[in-house]
Write a protein that binds this ligand. Structure first.
Ligand code: NIG
Ligand code: FE
Length: 410
């Protein structure tokens, strides 16, 4: 065993590791007065503070955080962080009773943001997006998924994904880039949906060749794309070896959860209207159910996602911001965790597992992130809190004391 590390950290630990008692979303796998050895940006050893004395462990750099808590750095597994413009006008319209669907069909909604995003140059789009990303990082987030989908033509989709890539390079955190051309039909293809879907399939191949795509998403809904259209782009994803995920069952049951499962995809997201049949298929294929409570709240949705059924069937649940200008103008993953508890009835353990362990799984990163384990990336959030439940309980606080990604301070 290694006895000398680059770094030894002392704090209370929330490991989410079965070896330390984590089981079925309970107990956080907590180690009080714990210690962790880091080598080369990875976790090399986990134990207690007392063990470090008994085993005479040493390090170039020892940091004692006392009674603070360390969790895996948070993971925001579903965002539309890169966009231009603002839709507070639509927020006001909805307060006056106009529905999200009606705004979309009259040319607002996603298309309003598409126009604003197309109009922006790369640098301006980068600056706006960087501001939002900083807010997430300040909440202990070390991995963020960012979708395209406000470009809807090849150049604009490329611009969005390139901004996402540059954010990862510049901020030293992990960014996963998701292609979402099937987000809305742009007006230039209004009378030729078939052609738009075909083009979106061709653009995917090009952008994948350019190293800009890690996964493929679509919006499967009556106001967006049907299952057959989604399956066409998923077929291309499969041929390129890319994983798929889906905006599924947000406003109605389109059988999207089952479709993702048929493609052995990563996650079905929103899922308020998820059917028993889809839940069973998701459980069978290990598809994560991603809960987006801020969007539920903003749209004043009343249909709750089937949390109990997913628990019973063993569908892992993640929690994310869905940060976007329409249904979730938020960059607070901690608020999403609070809402997952208050609105959806998750336990605090489930909410925190949903932004660490299962958010990693929703991005296909379950072998390297979201858990404190030997060989995992030293992506760590250090929190100035008394109890782990404080992360779900406090509203508007900034309890982050520090953030490491790959063992480096962010
Ligand atoms: O996750 N539902 C589709 N996409 C986004 C909303 C996009 C928008 O309104 O700009 C969502 O809710
Ligand atoms: Fe979304």
């Amino acid at each position: 065993m290694t006895t000398h590390f680059d770094m030894l950290l002392f704090a209370n630990l929330a490991t989410f590791n079965e070896e330390f008692g984590f089981t079925h979303n309970t107990h956080y796998g907590a180690i009080h007065q714990g210690a962790m050895g880091i080598v080369g940006g990875e976790i090399a050893w986990i134990g207690t503070k007392q063990d470090t004395k008994t085993l005479q462990l040493t390090a170039d750099n020892s940091l004692d955080f006392g009674d603070k808590w360390i969790t895996p750095a948070l993971i925001d597994c579903h965002t539309h962080l890169v966009y231009g413009g603002n839709r507070s006008n639509e927020f006001e319209m909805r307060l006056n009773g106009v529905s999200y669907q009606d705004i979309a069909s009259s040319g607002g909604g996603i298309m309003a943001t598409v126009n604003a995003t197309r109009d922006l140059g790369f640098d301006d789009l980068y600056k706006l997006s960087a501001k939002r990303l900083k807010t997430l990082i300040n909440q202990g987030v070390g991995t963020v998924e960012i979708k395209s989908g406000y470009g809807l033509d090849l150049d604009s989709e490329r611009k969005m994904l390139t901004v996402a890539k540059k954010l990862g390079d510049d901020f030293g955190i992990t960014i996963k880039k998701t292609y979402l051309a099937l987000h809305a039909i742009p007006p230039e293809f209004k009378d030729n949906r078939e052609k738009y879907v075909k083009n979106a399939c061709e653009w995917l191949k090009i952008l994948h060749d350019e190293g800009l795509v890690d996964a493929v998403d679509a919006f499967c809904e009556s106001i967006a794309f049907n299952r057959d259209e989604v399956a066409q782009v998923f077929d291309v994803a499969r041929s390129l070896g890319l994983p798929v995920k889906l905006h599924a069952e947000q406003m109605s049951d389109m059988g999207g959860g089952a479709l993702v499962a048929d493609f052995h995809g990563l996650s079905a997201d929103h899922i308020e209207y998820l059917s028993d049949e889809s839940i069973a298929k998701m459980a069978e294929h290990g598809v994560v159910g991603v809960l987006l409570p801020t969007a539920f709240y903003i749209l004043k949705e009343t249909k709750l996602p089937p949390i109990d059924k997913m628990r019973q069937m063993g569908v892992n649940m993640a929690v994310s911001t869905d940060s976007n200008p329409g249904t979730s103008p938020s960059t607070s993953l901690l608020l999403a965790m609070n809402m997952a508890c208050t609105l959806f009835g998750l336990t605090c353990e489930e909410a925190l597992a949903g932004t660490t362990l299962y958010a990693a799984k929703a991005l296909g990163l379950q072998e390297s992130k979201g858990k404190l384990d030997i060989g995992f990336d030293a992506d760590l959030a250090i929190w100035d809190i008394d109890r782990l439940a404080d992360l779900c309980y406090l509203i508007g606080a900034s309890p982050v004391h520090g953030l490491l990604v790959g063992g480096k301070v962010v």
